[in-house]
Design a binder for this molecule. Structure first.
Ligand SMILES: *[C@@H]1O[C@H](CO)[C@@H](O)[C@H](O)[C@H]1NC(C)=O
Length: 460
């Protein structure tokens, strides 16, 4: 009965907390609670065939299951097209995922030619335009699935979609597709918005990436300009108001600026303002920092998200004393779970008074730590819970003492592949960017001069 009581207590607490937060944003296997109008435009031309058409429908069902289908959150429409588009399911017709799945299942195969441009135009003019929630909807997303070359022009219709802030994904299936056509249908960069499957039988392989991309599109609002490409993510330097609250100092390179966070600098914002839809299922936290002084040996949270009752929802904690970097996240079974990166030598260099870059790559059931572009360790996670957004998000919060932290960049990237592209170039001074070979030279081997804590770059 003690178990029962503690279980009931947890349930009550969860209910109370949920009602406080208004919503608990969900990740990974559960629903995305963003306000989306999502329109699937699926190829029903002769080349597809009945059996592959059924597979395409099942694929749509699979990727739709992650959304909370309701008038408050995601509404889905389905258009099947061949010579002409046919509106199979109007936006908002079905409330609830079960009803929607049933409706998708019962769509019958059309057959005919492939007029993809016409179908996109129909979606823009008649389906998105008919949304009853046009002033509420945050994201208008179209997913075009095609197995061949269009017999009409796709460029004008796709440009019109973008002009109306509709994000278009193009999914090409099979070998008959034309890459240039998919690129003109989809948003830029095409590495994000164009997906390929060899054929319908292997389309399930791109399900995870489609789910992640749709989730990113819903959860990650802003775009961070990174070397000519736009990355989805959270620019925390701006979001957390570090640039206005902290003292400006020279950064790792002459071209970089950092900010010193003294003990009295309070970097705290409401999580709801920073991550209004919670955290994406996968993300990359990146921070370039310099730790100075003896006090940096004490543990502090470089970044943390706390619920209203101060339970850690996500945190990156540095401890010079133990020479560890700890990632804390939620857990479905415990209060929280911690992944401790502890490899003495490498993490030890974090405290040598020089600029370093920490990267934490969070994926489904695993988390990988990097220091100066070098992989430290990969650790397993148990399933995580969605985060509460009713509390606060903070940067550089010490447990016990005064440390000065200097920050140049603070970001959260939503695409886990950004981890491969995010280099620690900015800390290799002097010299041109991109010289990864310098990591070893300026990282672990150079001896310490003991100075205070500086953060040059934190990105997630
Ligand atoms: C849909 O999901 C089920 C269960 O995960 C999987 O077995 C099936 O292959 C998926 N189908 C498609 C077409 O993605």
């Amino acid at each position: 009965s003690a178990h029962l009581i503690s279980f009931l207590f947890k349930v009550i607490k969860d209910v109370v907390q949920s009602s406080h937060s208004g919503k608990r944003t969900r990740r990974a296997t559960s629903s995305v609670t963003a306000v989306n109008d999502l329109v699937y435009i699926i190829d029903g031309s002769w080349s597809v065939g009945v059996s592959d058409f059924d597979t395409a429908k099942q694929w749509l069902i699979n990727i739709t299951s992650q959304f909370d289908i309701s008038s408050h959150y995601t509404q889905v429409a389905v258009i099947q097209y061949s010579d002409t588009p046919r509106l199979e399911i109007p936006l908002g017709k079905h409330q609830g995922v079960a009803e929607l799945i049933k409706a998708i299942r019962s769509i019958s195969y059309l057959g005919g030619n492939t007029q993809t441009g016409r179908a996109i135009k129909f979606a823009v003019d008649h389906v998105f335009a008919s949304s009853q929630r046009s002033n509420l909807v945050k994201n208008r997303i179209a997913v075009v699935v095609t197995d061949g070359k269009s017999q009409d022009d796709v460029v004008d219709a796709s440009m019109e979609a973008r002009a109306q802030s509709i994000t278009v994904f193009a999914v090409g299936v099979g070998t008959e597709i034309t890459t240039s056509e998919l690129i003109s249908i989809a948003n830029k960069p095409s590495s994000t918005y164009v997906l390929y499957a060899e054929d319908y039988t292997t389309i399930d392989r791109i399900r995870d990436s489609m789910e992640q991309k749709l989730c990113e599109e819903s959860v990650c609002p802003t775009r961070i300009p990174v070397a000519s490409r736009d990355e989805k993510g959270f620019e925390l330097m701006v979001g957390m108001n570090i640039q206005t609250k902290a003292k400006k100092i020279p950064g790792s390179l002459a071209s970089e600026t950092a900010y010193a966070l003294a003990a009295s600098t309070d970097i705290t914002e409401n999580t709801r303002e920073i991550f209004p839809e919670g955290l994406p299922p996968s993300y990359v936290f990146v921070s370039t920092l310099r730790l100075k002084g003896i006090s940096s040996k004490l543990p502090f949270d470089l970044w943390r998200v706390m619920s209203k009752d101060k339970a850690i929802q996500a945190a990156v904690t540095l401890s010079g004393k133990d020479k560890t970097v700890t990632f804390t996240t939620t857990s479905t079974t415990e209060k929280e779970q911690k992944a401790v990166f502890k490899t003495g030598f490498q993490v030890g260099t974090l405290y040598d008074g020089k600029w370093h870059q920490i990267k934490v790559l969070v994926r489904h059931l695993q988390v990988t730590g990097f220091l100066d572009d070098q992989r430290i360790q990969e650790l397993m996670l148990t399933p995580v819970e969605p985060i509460y957004i009713n509390g606060e998000t903070q940067v550089s919060k010490r447990r016990g003492t005064d440390i000065t932290v200097e920050i140049q960049k603070l970001r959260l990237y939503c695409d886990p592949h950004q981890s491969e592209r995010e280099t620690a170039c900015e800390i290799y001074s002097p010299g041109p960017p991109g010289r990864v070979g310098l990591v070893g030279a300026l990282g672990p081997k150079v001896s310490a001069d003991s100075s205070p804590l500086h953060v040059a770059n934190i990105a997630l």
